[in-house]
Write a protein that binds this ligand. Structure first.
Ligand code: ADP
Length: 269
């Protein structure tokens, strides 16, 4: 009798713990998966009509009477706005995606050399750089192996460099530096992007990491985005248990610094 009671209790215990595990884990998994599904569905649903509109506007532009200035101007505005909206969707979806993957479990971490990524990024920005007459420079050792999500850290670097170029006047300088800092507590990868641009007022330096926030200086400017880049960059840094800081002086320039803690085994490579 005792043995059969013990057996019955242990079977019930196992069933109960499985049921509890299902009850506590499932809603999180469901929420996570449904957010991921939403992001990919929304991406498709929002992009398809926009690309149809964009190609329609382009066809109209080719067929339109080039002498009709009103029509050419209207088509130009439509094209510009469709492109802007498409950019906004890309940024919003990137934000939704990084929110969904904010926990470290959502990152695809690996060991990789960041230097070639930085070189390739500078190459792709070189056209904008020479058009704006901004000197782009990379300061990095021959090899810089880090441990993190390659695509996300590349995106972070891209956002900071893109901003530095956007908010620096012709003739200025942008410097991207890759460093490793070792202290007795932890080793970290430091990406800093320094520009000689318009700078950011002290009272705005925390706000720029909020979604949709743009400083007074740039709000009236045509170029630039939607105020989402830095919040995406911050989410990426926090997912890596890191942070982004800014030091800036209005009218002189800014330095954005992303500090990403490294796993112990990356220091020896
Ligand atoms: P945006 O798409 O507007 O650039 P971000 O989130 O990347 O959005 O940046 C938010 C705001 O912070 C920008 O609109 C700008 O006002 C300010 N900012 C960001 N980077 C710089 C920089 N390097 N120099 C001056 N201002 C900057």
């Amino acid at each position: 009798v005792f043995v059969s009671f013990a057996l019955a209790f242990s079977v019930m215990g196992v069933l109960l713990s499985r049921w509890m595990a299902r009850r506590t884990l499932k809603p999180i998994e469901i929420a996570y998966n449904s957010q991921k599904d939403f992001v990919s569905n929304a991406s498709h649903e929002l992009r398809t009509p926009l690309s149809v509109i964009l190609s329609g506007v382009e066809v109209l532009g080719m067929e339109a009477d080039k002498e009709n200035q009103f029509m050419m101007k209207t088509l130009g505005t439509m094209k510009h706005e469709v492109k802007r909206m498409s950019g906004l969707i890309t940024e919003l979806l990137a934000l939704a995606r990084s929110d969904a993957e904010q926990d470290a479990a959502g990152l695809k971490k690996q060991l990789f050399d960041v230097r070639p990524i930085a070189e390739q990024m500078i190459e792709s920005f070189s056209k904008i750089g020479s058009e704006k007459q901004i000197a782009l420079k990379l300061v990095a050792p021959e090899k810089m192996v880090v441990y993190g999500d390659r695509d996300k850290l590349a995106q972070l670097m891209y956002i900071l460099t893109d901003n530095a170029l956007k908010y620096t006047q012709p003739g200025g300088h942008v410097e991207i530096a890759l460093e490793k800092h070792s202290s007795n507590k932890l080793d970290e990868f430091i990406l800093s992007v320094k520009d000689t641009g318009i700078g950011i007022l002290p009272e705005e330096q925390l706000k720029i990491f909020e979604r949709f926030y743009r400083t007074d200086k740039v709000r009236s400017r045509k170029e630039g985005g939607f105020g989402l880049g830095l919040s995406i960059a911050k989410t990426i840094a926090s997912a890596h248990k890191g942070e982004i800081t800014v030091e800036s002086e209005s009218g002189k320039g800014s330095v954005f610094c992303a500090k990403i803690p490294l796993e112990p085994d990356t220091t020896s490579i």
